[in-house]
Design a protein around this ligand. Structure first.
Ligand code: ATP
Ligand code: ATP
Ligand code: MG
Ligand code: MG
Ligand code: MG
Ligand code: MG
Length: 251
């Protein structure tokens, strides 16, 4: 086909190829979900419908992109980890980031009704995304540990905050003031003494977030292994998780 005289503009395009041998992490995060969660009456501090929908959208992404070895989600965010030797889209940054983000976003909308039933989706949500490269296994572990520690810190804060508001009758401003400068131990104590709540007994999905992993499952009749995506709500900071799931870092 003859080239048009306009074709030269393509040379203005640039392409970033992600450094070889590095773990590729794509993290997406909901835009203004503080507002989105209010507009759609999410339960506070944790709406299980919203977490279920996030996990569903993420598992659609894992079904599509087999080079994602592990994903971690909490609140309105999800991190997808691609194997370090992936050649998917020749490691083109824009392709990887935009395909993962848009498949996640459209799945969030597509499956909305399965989780929220007759709660109407009031406007189209959107998500930002970024790509980060981690050169060592320790860097990757520290990254995931950072996100899970963030989940814990926020959840302890939010659980205490909403106990003060919903059960303690404080205004949101008063609750914020009450918690200003408190340590983890202070929040645990408020929950225990004032609200008869032992934070340790809160659901693991709230305290730890969700890890999506691929696991080999033996077919019950045919002697064939099938890879399925399974959710875990466990600690990934300690070594135990990585020894039990040693295939992740061995790949
Ligand atoms: P930004 O656009 O900068 O990300 P944001 O409002 O989305 O702003 P985040 O720090 O991402 O801010 O926080 C997400 C917010 O979404 C939480 O603070 C919480 O209010 C709300 N949220 C997310 N998931 C849930 C959930 N499952 N249940 C209740 N609230 C949730
Ligand atoms: P890639 O993932 O590489 O973009 P693609 O199949 O999307 O692959 P494109 O070059 O983007 O390839 O072409 C889009 C194709 O989508 C068109 O060739 C056409 O077949 C189809 N298509 C898009 N819009 C329409 C439309 N409005 N009516 C009919 N067909 C359409
Ligand atoms: Mg943010
Ligand atoms: Mg957000
Ligand atoms: Mg967030
Ligand atoms: Mg196309």
């Amino acid at each position: 086909m003859a080239k048009s005289k306009f074709e030269y503009v393509r040379s203005f395009e640039s392409e970033e190829y992600l450094l070889p041998n590095c773990w590729i992490v794509v993290r997406i995060d909901g835009k203004s979900f503080h507002k989105f969660s209010k507009k759609h009456d999410f339960d506070k501090p944790n709406d299980p419908r919203a977490l279920g929908l996030m996990n569903k959208a993420a598992s659609i992404v894992l079904e599509e992109y087999k080079d994602i070895l592990i994903a971690y989600g909490q609140s309105d965010e999800y991190s997808f980890v691609l194997r370090k030797d992936t050649q998917l889209y020749n490691r083109r940054k824009n392709k990887l980031m935009t395909y993962i983000n848009s498949l996640f976003s459209s799945s969030y909308v597509y499956y909305w009704r399965d989780y929220f039933k007759d709660v109407k989706l009031k406007y189209p949500p959107s998500f930002d995304s970024r790509v980060v490269l981690y050169p060592t296994d320790q860097n990757l572990r520290d990254y995931l540990s950072w996100r899970q520690a963030d989940c814990h810190i926020n959840n302890l804060y939010n659980t205490t905050f909403w106990a003060l508001v919903l059960k303690g009758g404080l205004t949101t401003q008063e609750a914020e003031q009450r918690l200003c400068g408190t340590l983890s131990s202070d929040k645990n104590e408020i929950l225990f003494k004032e609200f008869d709540t032992n934070y340790n007994n809160e659901p693991f999905i709230y305290k730890k977030g969700t890890i999506l992993l691929r696991k080999k499952i033996k077919h019950p009749i045919k002697d064939k292994n099938r890879l399925v995506v399974i959710p875990l709500h466990k600690d990934l900071i300690q070594d135990d998780f990585w020894t039990r799931n040693s295939e992740i870092l061995d790949i």
